[in-house]
Design a protein around this ligand. Structure first.
Ligand SMILES: [Zn+2]
Length: 220
């Protein structure tokens, strides 16, 4: 296995801190519900569709079609989102086919949350109201803990996603640390909040990541 560049970066940070042990904290982007599928309804002007929790699997000779069934929030009309089209049965894993036929809840969740499927089938996903951030680590408490716990000078925060919600990183930091937008930006510029390479504060995140809050004056 090749070492994760993030790991070697962490090792570097650790060694530069003279055995100072990073304190860890876990934030969770908790899923409250599935996103709405946004596409035109042929029967009404509503564009929001909710997951019905069901798939339809159709075998036509040796070819299989799988659709995700969604319901218009306005009129209740069922629409079909193609998940697999004309796939040869031979190329289809038996367990996966059975899971589609059983309307497996995890598979429904995977299909409804899939940005790739939404892009392929040209519809939008509305994630409004589908998540909440669980954290007990406001910035003020980090600051306060410094006086009693030297490890607080270097805190690693791991953010776990229950659903792949695309959240603006800046908003996540503001909410999690209970800071204003300006303060978050300033702390990033000062190197107190350290984001992993490749993540921009103005960008979106939708999968697990970690970042650090380092009070450098405490490290020298
Ligand atoms: Zn409708």
């Amino acid at each position: 296995m090749t070492p994760d560049p993030a790991d070697s970066r962490l090792t570097e940070i650790h060694s530069s801190m003279n055995q100072q042990i990073a304190r860890k904290s876990l934030w969770t982007v908790r899923g409250l519900g599935l996103p709405a599928v946004v596409r035109a309804c042929p029967d009404c002007s509503c564009t929001r569709h909710l997951a019905s929790g069901k798939f339809r699997v159709n075998a036509n000779g040796k070819l299989l079609d799988v659709w995700l069934l969604v319901l218009c929030a306005g009129c209740g009309r069922t629409s079909k989102v193609p998940v697999h089209e004309r796939v040869h049965v031979r190329d289809f894993d038996d367990a996966r086919r059975a899971a589609f036929e059983d309307n497996d809840a995890a598979l429904v969740r995977e299909a409804v949350c899939s940005a790739a499927l939404a892009e392929r089938r040209r519809y939008g996903l509305d994630w409004t109201g589908t998540w909440a951030l669980d954290t007990d680590m406001p910035f003020a408490s980090l600051d306060r803990d410094l006086r009693t716990d030297p490890a607080a000078a270097n805190t690693e925060i791991l953010v776990g996603f229950e659903l792949p919600v695309p959240v603006r990183l800046e908003r996540l930091l503001m909410e999690g640390l209970r800071l204003s937008r300006g303060r978050v930006r300033a702390l990033i510029d000062e190197g107190v909040i350290r984001l992993p390479a490749g993540l921009r504060v103005s960008g979106k995140v939708s999968a697990d990541f970690g970042f650090r809050v380092v009070f450098s004056s405490e490290l020298s």
